[in-house]
Design a binder for this molecule. Structure first.
Ligand SMILES: [Zn+2]
Length: 343
């Protein structure tokens, strides 16, 4: 697919590393996706880095065949990410410990590589699309100031968050701000992948909701999405869903008490449940904050592709031409054979 109306035929390779899949897209300067790939993170013994290499290599090849030059690579990674060095200091779900992701990829492909934390990268995309106009028109729409004091919560294989306070995306002293998934909300609760007990992620990720459903004898639903749509008929589904909402509400009410966000945006694959998640979550948070008003609780428009859009933005660094870029990337990812609905 060639877009000859762009003077410079350049793309960046955007990659979002998840615990289940690695998603990638080649995105031009206007935000149009010219090639797209998704692969399992761990495919028949292959490690996560091998999957990243495969995706990047295939996308560069496809973009080159379509007449594009690759200007850079932007990557959203889970775990503790050092944006300065581009190293992933620790990512339990990927088995990475002091992993020099950026320098390895720069040596491999000889292009500039930017590495960001997945939730903060999704927050960059969330704010950029609001800047371009939530109505879908890029012209004349104004930025929603609520996103200057916001909590962005991607829920997929893991649970994470990005904190925006006073218009600043908070990194924390060690780059580990926003690790909502490992906030302990149930003393001596369920064992988490991090080694602690009672973490939010042990109850409320796409993976653990399904795992707990099976442990509690659920047999009908075979995916988190199916569990979400069986709450009225399947008591096991209703129970594990209520536990997930409860765990999230404890954490989000606590953060609200401390940081006073204007909006909490729920994203990631699990957010596709929509009001089945948002409505009870809003009620549970409000019930824990009787002494104050509750922030807006919203479903992300970006769903499972927030991290990928943010990866494209950091890949272009300061070269992204305008705020319409993020909207165009979203439109581009939402159309075509692999629509935005795939989590
Ligand atoms: Zn944990």
């Amino acid at each position: 697919m060639i877009h000859p109306h762009h003077s410079a035929l350049e793309v960046v390779i955007a990659i979002d590393i998840g615990g289940t899949t690695v998603k990638g897209a080649a995105v031009d300067t206007a935000g149009t996706v010219v090639a797209r790939q998704t692969t399992a993170t761990f495919d028949s013994g292959r490690d996560a880095y091998a999957s990243v290499l495969t995706i990047a290599g295939e996308l560069i090849e496809q973009a080159t065949a379509a007449g594009f030059t690759t200007a850079g690579i932007g990557i959203a990674s889970p775990g503790l990410v050092d944006p300065e060095s581009g190293a992933v200091r620790f990512a339990a779900n990927l088995g990475w410990d002091d992993f020099p992701l950026r320098s390895l990829l720069e040596a491999e492909f000889a292009v500039v590589v930017s590495v960001g934390h997945d939730a903060r990268t999704a927050a960059v995309a969330e704010r950029a699309t609001r800047g371009a106009g939530a109505s879908g028109t890029d012209q004349g729409a104004s930025y929603d100031v609520a996103y200057d004091n916001a909590l962005i919560v991607p829920i997929g294989t893991g649970v994470s968050s990005a904190v925006v306070s006073g218009g600043v995306l908070i990194e924390g002293a060690t780059g580990a701000a926003g690790e909502l998934g490992h906030m302990q909300v149930v003393p001596n609760g369920v064992l988490c992948t991090c080694g602690q007990r009672g973490c939010i992620e042990a109850y409320a990720s796409g993976t653990t909701i399904l795992q707990r459903y099976r442990e509690h004898g659920g047999t009908v639903a075979s995916s988190t999405r199916a569990i979400a749509s069986a709450l009225d008929t399947d008591p096991v589904a209703a129970r594990v869903w209520a536990d997930a909402v409860d765990a999230l509400s404890v954490g989000l009410a606590g953060i609200t008490a401390v940081l006073d966000p204007a909006v909490i945006v729920i994203g990631g694959g699990v957010s596709a449940a929509g009001d089945i998640l948002i409505v009870p979550l809003r009620e549970a948070i409000a019930a824990r904050l009787g002494w104050r008003s509750t922030p807006r609780i919203e479903q992300s428009e970006l769903g499972a592709v927030g991290g990928l859009i943010g990866a494209a933005i950091i890949g272009w660094a300061d070269r992204v031409p305008d705020a319409g870029f993020a909207r165009q990337t979203l439109r581009s990812l939402s159309s075509g054979p692999q629509g935005a609905a795939d989590a």
